[in-house]
Design a protein around this ligand. Structure first.
Ligand code: TRP
Length: 438
C-alpha cells in the first residue's frame, strides 16, 4: 500500500497520524513555543498563533498532503509530475534545501538535549544549581566543542538509524513506540508542574491576553512558529503524504495532526511556566527556559531527578521523531529522483548535513542565522508557493478530488479552497512584506 507501485508506505492511518504528529511535535513545541510566547507577550502571541494554525496551517498541510499523495513522490518529483515542463520543481528543490538547513541546526539542539539527559542522570541538575551556576554549566557545554559535536553526531546516528529502515519499518514503527511514550511523559510533567504551590501565575501568563501587545513583530513570529511547529512549508508533509494509500483520509489526518501539535505546544507552556513561576524565576529567560531555568527548579521538587530525566528524555523523543521527517525529505529526493538506494541516500545526506551542522555547533551566531534563514524566508516562501501551486495551478479541483477520494468525507471543501487560494497567500505576503513598507 503505497503512493506508487512497489514503493514503501504507511501501513495504517493511525500509524501515519502518529508519524506525522511525531514530525510536527518537536523541539519547536516544547522548547520553541514557550520561549517565543515569553518573548512575544504571553497570551497575545498564543492568540495570534492559534488563529494562524487554523486559517493558514491546516489548509497548507492539507495542500501538501494532497499534492504528495496525488503524485506519489517526494517534493521535487511531485512538482515535476504535477506541472511537467515548467519551473515549479524549484519549489520542491527549495523545500529540500530548507529541510537540509533545518536539520543541520536541529540536530545541534537535539544534541544538547542528549547531553542534558546525561546531566540529569548523574544528578548534576538536582544538585541545587543557582541560576548563575546553571547558566555557566550550559555555556560550558556550548564552549566544549568536542562534546557538543559528539552529541550532535550521536543524534545524527540515531536519526540515520531510523530512516535507513524506511517508512513502514523505520519511521512508522518508531513513531508508534515513541509517541505514546511521549504523551505519557508529557502528561506526567504537566500534572507535576500545574500542581506546584505557586503555579497559578504561570497558567495566567499564557491564558490572559492583552490585545495591545499584538505588534507586527509578534504576528511575524507567530506565523513562522506555526509553519515550523506544524512541519509545513518545505514538503515534509508532502513527502509523508506521498506514502499514503488512496483509502487513507487526508482531511481527518491533517486536522488530527494540527490539533495534537497545538495541544502539545500549549501543554508545554503549562509544563514550563508554572514551574518557572513557582520557583520565582523570570519567564523572559527566552532561549534558556529549557536549559537555564528548568535545571534550577528540579532540585526544589520532590522526586526532582525523575522529573529532570523525564523532561530531557521527552525532548530527545520529540526531537527524534521530527528529525527523521527532515532527513526523509532529503533522502527521498535522492531515492525518487536519482535512483539511489535508501542506505546510500540516507548515509550520504545524513553525513553531508552533519558537516553543515558543524558551524552551528562551533561558531557563535551561526545557528541564529540558520534559524532566521529558515523561519523568516525558507518556510514562509515555501508555504506561499505551495499554496499558490495547489490553489491555482494544480488545478485545485484535482486536489479536492484527491482529498475527497475513496469515499473520504471532506465537509469544508469550499472553505478550504477559499482559505488556500486567497487568505493564505495574502496573509503570508502581508506578514512578509508589510513590515518592510515602513
Ligand atoms: N515541527 C518540528 C518541531 O516543531 C520540526 C520539523 C520537523 C519541521 N520537520 C519539519 C519544521 C519540516 C519545518 C518543516 O520541532
Amino acid at each position: 500500500m503505497a503512493g506508487s507501485a512497489g514503493r514503501d508506505g504507511f501501513h495504517s492511518t493511525a500509524g501515519f497520524i502518529l508519524a506525522a504528529a511525531g514530525s510536527a511535535i518537536g523541539l519547536g513545541n516544547i522548547w520553541g513555543f514557550p520561549y517565543q510566547a515569553a518573548e512575544h507577550g504571553g497570551g497575545a502571541f498564543v492568540a495570534v498563533y492559534l488563529f494562524f494554525v487554523i486559517a493558514i496551517g491546516v489548509p497548507v498541510m492539507l495542500a501538501e498532503l494532497s499534492l504528495g499523495r496525488a503524485t506519489g513522490t517526494s517534493p521535487v518529483g511531485a512538482f515535476l509530475r504535477a506541472a511537467p515542463g515548467t519551473r515549479w520543481w524549484t519549489v520542491g528543490a527549495l523545500g529540500v534545501l530548507t529541510g537540509f538547513f533545518i536539520l543541520s541546526f536541529y540536530c545541534v539542539l537535539a544534541g544538547w538535549t542528549l547531553g542534558y539527559v546525561g546531566k540529569a542522570l548523574t544528578g548534576e541538575l538536582t544538585s541545587g544549581l543557582s541560576p548563575e551556576q546553571s547558566r555557566a554549566a550550559f555555556n560550558a557545554m556550548l564552549a566544549g566543542d568536542a562534546m557538543e559535536v559528539g552529541l550532535c553526531a550521536l543524534f545524527f546516528l540515531l536519526t540515520i538509524g531510523v530512516v535507513q529502515f524506511g517508512v513502514s519499518k523505520g519511521i512508522e514503527r518508531i513513531s508508534a513506540v515513541l509517541m505514546p511514550l511521549f504523551f505519557v511523559l508529557m502528561l506526567l510533567l504537566v500534572a507535576r508542574s500545574v500542581t506546584l504551590p505557586g503555579a497559578g501565575p504561570g497558567i495566567d501568563y499564557l491564558m490572559s491576553w492583552d490585545p495591545s501587545k499584538i505588534t507586527p513583530k509578534v504576528v511575524i513570529a507567530a506565523l513562522s512558529q506555526s509553519f515550523f511547529s506544524l512541519s509545513i512549508g518545505m514538503g515534509a508533509m508532502l513527502t509523508y503524504g506521498s506514502y499514503l494509500s488512496k483509502d487513507q483520509p487526508l482531511a481527518f489526518s491533517a486536522v488530527s495532526v494540527a490539533a495534537s501539535d497545538t495541544m502539545i505546544a500549549l501543554l508545554s507552556g503549562f509544563m514550563i511556566f508554572p514551574a518557572v513561576f513557582a520557583a520565582g524565576a523570570e519567564p523572559a529567560e527566552s532561549v534558556g527556559l529549557a536549559f537555564h531555568t528548568m535545571p534550577t527548579i528540579f532540585a526544589e521538587l520532590p522526586a526532582g531527578q525523575l522529573f529532570a530525566v523525564a523532561f530531557y528524555v521527552l525532548l530527545v523523543v520529540a526531537a527524534l521523531t521530527s528529525a527523521i521527517s527532515l532527513l526523509e525529505v532529503v533522502a527521498s529526493y535522492f531515492i525518487d529522483e536519482r535512483g539511489w538506494s535508501r542506505s546510500r541516500a540516507v548515509w550520504t545526506s545524513g553525513a553531508a548535513c552533519f558537516l553543515l551542522s558543524l558551524p552551528s555547533a562551533t561558531m557563535d551566531g551561526v545557528m541564529d542565522t540558520m534559524i532566521s534563514l529558515t523561519f523568516d524566508y525558507g518556510l514562509p516562501i515555501g508555504a506561499l508557493l505551495i499554496s499558490l501551486f495547489v490553489g491555482w495551478r494544480m488545478p485545485i479541483s484535482k486536489a479536492r478530488a484527491e482529498i475527497a477520494g475513496a469515499g473520504a468525507s471532506f465537509p469544508l471543501a469550499g472553505v478550504w479552497s477559499f482559505l488556500l487560494r486567497f487568505v493564505v497567500p495574502v496573509a503570508i505576503v502581508v506578514v512578509l512584506v508589510g513590515p518592510h513598507l515602513g
